[in-house]
Design a protein. Structure first.
Length: 752
C-alpha cells in the first residue's frame, strides 16, 4: 500500500463519529386525514418499483413484476390506470430457472428493471425474465410490446441487484452485471447511432470491484456521463474490505481505440466521493444521488448524495452535495497507475494531459496503454461539510427541488426517504437544515423502492412492492393561522392576508407573508393579531368528567391551559393528559368560565382553542312543583344542551370529594387515546341524543306515582323482624347450653 494511501486511511479511522439529531416539526402517520396521500395498487400486480415520468408530466410509467403499467397522474387527487401489458416468462422458462437453484415465486418472474424513453414514440424495457434477461420496445401510448432477444448486459439476472440505465439520443447506457452469478460488472453503450460500434469496458483489467450501482447523470456541455456507485477500494490494503463511494466518467461518443482498446472505453476514469465532517469517520457507502440542474443564469449543477457508514452500528446517515465543477476538476487532474505485477497503485509522474479526455479514438497504442492502466484519480471529489447528519435515521433515497419565495430568494428543499418508511421534507438554510415535516408513506420494510419527483405536478411518487404513492410536496392548508404558517418556515407556503389562509407560494404571490429564515411571527402576522375563532360553547352537568381537547400544532410546541376562574389551574382539580387535553370534574367551582389552550414555540404564544363552560340543567334539579313555572307545553328539546367535546358519565356517590375523584382520574387519564380529541366532534350528536333520551326517561318516571317510601318502610320492618328472630334463637341456644353444663356437673358429684 502506498504511503499516501496509508496516511489517508489513518486519518479516516482516527476520527470519532459525531452525529446531529434533526427532528421534524410535524409528523403524519400513514393514512393521516390532515396530510392525505394518493395511493394506487392492483391486486394482481406487485413490485411496482421502476418509475418513469413522461415529458409532459401527465403519465407515470411503472415497471412491475410481469407487467408494465401506464398511469394517469394528470389529476393531483387521483391516480388511475390507463394501460397494462403483461410480460411474463413461459412455464418452461420458469422451470428452467428453478432447475438452476432459484425460487420459482421469488426469483423467476420477470421483474422489470429498466424503463427508459428510446425515442419520441417508444420506451425501452428490460426485465430479469426468470434469470435470463430479456428486453423489448413498447409503444408509449398503446403499450404494445415487441420483445427483442437477450437483454444480457443491459439489466441484471438477479432482480434484486441494483443497476443503472439512461438513454441519450436513442442510445442506451447501462451499468449492471452481465452474468448469472452477478459478479461481472459492466458499463456499456448499446444501440449506438451514427455507424458507431457499441462500447463496453476493458476486461483485461479489473476496473470495478464488487460495485453497487446507484444512478447516472449526463453532462451535456462536455458530452460526458457520470455513473455513481459504491465499490471495494483496492488502493487500500485493509483487513476488512473498505467500501468507497465513486463516480465514473465516460464520453458519450467514445468509439474505442484502433488497435488497443478496440470497442472499449478510452475515456473511462473513476474518482472517490468524499463525504466527511471534521473529526468524523467518513460516510463511505453511497445510497442514492439526485441531480439538481442549475437555475437559469446559475453557475453549477449540484449532486445531492445520501451516504451511510460501514462502521456505524446504528441508523446513521448523511447528505452531502457535490458540484459539477469539482467533479470535472477531479478528472482533469492527476492520476494513479496500477502495477500489474504487485497490484499496487502509485502516483503517476509526468504530464499526461490526455487522461480523462474525450476523442482518443486516434490515440497511439502507448497512450492507450497508459489509459488502460491509469484510470483512478489521485484526488477525490470533496463535498462541503455534510448538509445534514442524522444519528437516528437511515436515509435511502433523495430528491431535491428549488423554489422561489415572496422576497425573491431561492431555497433548496430536500425529500429524504428513510428505511422505516418516512419521507422527511428538509429546507436548507444558511444556519443549518430544518426538517419541516415527516410523512409516513409505507409501513413494512421494502427491499426495493424508488422515488421520482414531478416539479410540474408538485408531487413525489414513491414506488414499492405494495403500489405507487403520490405525496404532495406541500399541503399548506394544515396551518390554520398566520402564526403557524410563518412558524413552519416552509418556503412553499405563505399566509395570504386577503384570503386569511395559508396557501402555496409560486414566487409572485401578492399580499402573502413569509419568513423562511427567521420565522418572525410578531412582525409578519401583526395585522392578524387578535383574529381568532370564538370560544366553543360547552354545557356540562355537575359531577361529570369533562375532557377539553387541544391538539399540539407542532412537535416543538408546549401546551398550557389557562382559565378565567384561576390564575393557575390547581393540580388537584385539573389534569393535563399526554395528548394535551384538560380533564377535570365539573363542580360548582370549575363549571362556569372560559378555558384557553395556549401553544408556545420559539417565543411565540398563540391560543389554539378556547371553551366557554356553563352549567346545564340537571334532571335531578327538577321537582314536581316546577311544572307550573315551566309551562305545560314546554318540552325537554327546548333546553340548550351545548356541544361538549368529550364527557364521561359519573359513577359512584354524588357526594364524593374532588380530591377522591382526582386520585381515580389520574389512573384513568393515562389510558386516554390521543385520537379521542380528533374524534370528539363525531360524538357530539350522539351525546346530545343520549342526554335527550335521559330527560325523556326521567319525565316518564316522574309522571308515575312513587312507592319508594312504602317499600322502604316494609324493608325496615322485615329487617327488624329478622333481627328479633335471630336474637331469640341465640338466647335459646345459650340457655340450653347452660342447662346441659349444670347437669354434667351434678352427674360428676354423684359419681364421686
Amino acid at each position: 500500500m502506498a504511503p499516501s494511501s496509508s496516511l489517508f486511511l489513518l486519518v479516516l479511522l482516527c476520527g470519532h463519529s459525531v452525529s446531529v439529531s434533526v427532528s421534524p416539526r410535524l409528523s403524519f402517520l400513514l393514512n393521516s386525514t390532515q396530510r392525505p396521500l394518493v395511493h394506487f395498487s392492483l391486486h394482481d400486480v406487485t413490485n411496482t418499483t421502476t418509475l418513469l415520468l413522461s415529458n409532459d408530466g401527465s403519465t407515470l410509467y411503472v415497471g412491475a413484476r410481469d407487467a408494465v403499467l401506464s398511469l394517469d397522474i394528470s389529476q393531483s387527487d387521483v391516480i388511475s390506470l390507463r394501460r397494462k401489458v403483461q410480460w411474463r416468462p413461459s412455464e418452461a422458462e420458469i422451470k428452467e430457472c428453478s432447475k438452476k437453484g432459484k425460487n420459482e415465486v421469488l426469483d423467476c418472474p420477470n421483474f422489470i428493471r429498466v424503463l427508459q424513453p428510446i425515442n419520441a414514440t417508444h420506451l425501452y424495457a428490460c426485465g430479469s425474465h426468470a434469470y435470463s434477461p430479456r428486453d423489448a420496445f413498447i409503444d408509449s401510448v398503446s403499450l404494445s410490446l415487441v420483445e427483442l432477444s437477450s437483454g444480457k448486459g443491459r439489466c441484471p439476472f438477479n432482480p434484486f441487484q441494483r443497476n443503472i440505465a439512461i438513454t441519450i439520443d436513442s442510445e442506451l447506457f447501462s451499468a449492471t452485471t452481465g452474468d448469472f452469478r452477478g459478479v461481472e460488472p459492466q458499463i456499456s453503450r448499446h444501440f449506438s447511432t451514427g455507424g458507431r460500434s457499441d462500447v463496453c469496458q476493458d476486461s483485461s483489467v479489473s476496473l470495478l470491484e464488487e460495485p453497487t450501482f446507484i444512478t447516472a447523470a449526463a453532462d451535456s456541455s462536455q458530452n460526458k456521463l457520470y455513473f455513481f456507485f459504491t465499490e471495494v477500494g483496492t488502493e487500500f490494503s485493509f483487513v476488512e474490505k473498505l467500501q468507497i463511494a465513486r463516480v465514473v466518467q465516460v464520453c458519450k461518443d467514445d468509439v474505442g481505440g484502433q488497435r488497443t482498446l478496440q470497442k472499449k472505453w478510452t475515456s473511462f476514469a473513476k474518482a472517490p466521493l468524499l463525504c466527511q465532517s471534521h473529526k468524523q469517520l467518513p460516510f463511505n457507502i453511497l445510497q442514492d444521488v439526485f441531480t439538481l440542474p442549475p437555475l437559469e443564469g446559475a453557475a453549477d449543477t449540484l449532486f445531492y448524495g445520501v451516504f451511510t457508514s460501514q462502521w456505524s452500528s446504528r441508523p446513521e446517515s448523511a447528505v452531502c452535495v457535490f458540484k459539477l465543477q469539482d467533479v470535472r476538476a477531479a478528472f482533469a487532474g492527476s492520476y494513479k497507475k496500477l502495477d500489474m505485477q504487485s497490484h499496487q497503485w502509485s502516483p503517476l509522474l509526468g504530464k499526461h494531459s490526455y487522461l480523462g479526455k474525450c476523442g482518443l479514438g486516434g490515440a497511439s497504442d502507448t497512450e492507450l496503454e497508459m489509459v488502460r492502466m491509469s484510470f483512478l484519480t489521485r484526488g477525490g471529489v470533496k463535498a462541503l461539510a455534510p448538509l445534514l447528519v442524522s444519528s437516528e435515521q437511515s436515509f435511502s433515497r433523495v430528491a431535491a427541488m428549488r423554489t422561489t419565495v415572496v422576497d425573491g430568494k431561492h431555497y433548496s428543499v430536500l425529500f429524504l426517504l428513510t428505511e422505516s418508511g418516512f419521507l422527511h421534507k428538509v429546507v436548507l438554510l444558511d444556519q443549518g437544515p430544518r426538517v419541516v415535516e415527516e410523512i409516513q408513506v409505507f409501513s413494512e420494510p421494502q427491499l426495493v423502492k424508488n422515488m421520482v419527483l414531478s416539479s410540474s405536478k408538485g408531487a413525489l411518487y414513491v414506488g414499492t412492492s405494495e403500489g405507487v404513492t403520490s405525496v404532495p410536496v406541500a399541503t399548506c392548508s394544515i396551518y390554520r393561522s398566520c402564526g403557524q404558517c410563518v412558524l413552519a418556515g416552509d418556503p412553499l407556503c405563505g399566509w395570504s392576508l386577503r384570503g386569511g389562509a395559508c396557501v402555496r407560494v409560486d414566487g409572485s404571490s401578492d399580499s402573502v407573508v413569509q419568513d423562511v429564515e427567521n420565522r418572525d411571527v410578531e412582525n409578519k402576522c401583526a395585522a392578524q393579531r387578535g383574529i381568532g375563532a370564538p370560544p366553543t360553547e360547552v354545557s356540562v352537568l355537575e359531577n361529570e368528567v369533562v375532557e377539553l381537547c387541544c391538539a399540539k400544532p407542532s412537535n416543538f410546541a408546549r401546551l398550557t391551559w389557562t382559565s378565567s376562574l384561576f390564575k393557575l389551574l390547581p393540580q388537584r382539580l385539573f389534569i393535563q393528559s399526554a395528548n394535551g387535553s384538560l380533564v377535570f370534574l365539573a363542580t360548582a367551582a370549575t363549571t362556569a368560565g372560559v378555558y384557553r389552550c395556549e401553544a408556545e414555540e420559539d417565543g411565540h404564544k398563540e391560543v389554539v382553542v378556547s371553551y366557554s363552560m356553563r352549567a346545564a340543567a340537571s334532571p335531578r334539579s327538577l321537582r314536581p312543583d316546577d311544572e307550573s313555572n315551566r309551562g305545560g307545553d314546554e318540552t325537554f328539546e327546548d333546553i340548550a344542551t351545548g356541544k361538549p367535546p368529550m364527557r364521561t358519565p359519573p359513577s359512584g356517590d354524588e357526594e364524593d370529594s374532588a380530591d377522591e375523584f382526582t386520585a381515580d382520574l389520574a389512573d384513568a387519564t393515562a389510558a386516554i387515546d390521543g385520537d379521542r380529541c380528533r374524534k370528539a366532534n363525531d360524538l357530539k350528536e350522539s351525546l346530545r341524543k343520549d342526554s335527550q333520551s335521559q330527560r325523556e326517561t326521567f319525565e316518564d318516571t316522574r309522571k308515575d306515582k312513587s312507592y319508594y317510601s312504602e317499600l322502604l318502610a316494609v324493608s325496615l320492618l322485615f329487617f327488624f323482624c329478622v333481627c328479633v328472630l335471630l336474637l331469640c334463637g341465640a338466647l335459646y341456644l345459650w340457655c340450653h347450653r347452660k342447662v346441659e353444663v349444670k347437669v354434667d356437673r351434678l352427674d360428676a358429684v354423684d359419681t364421686s
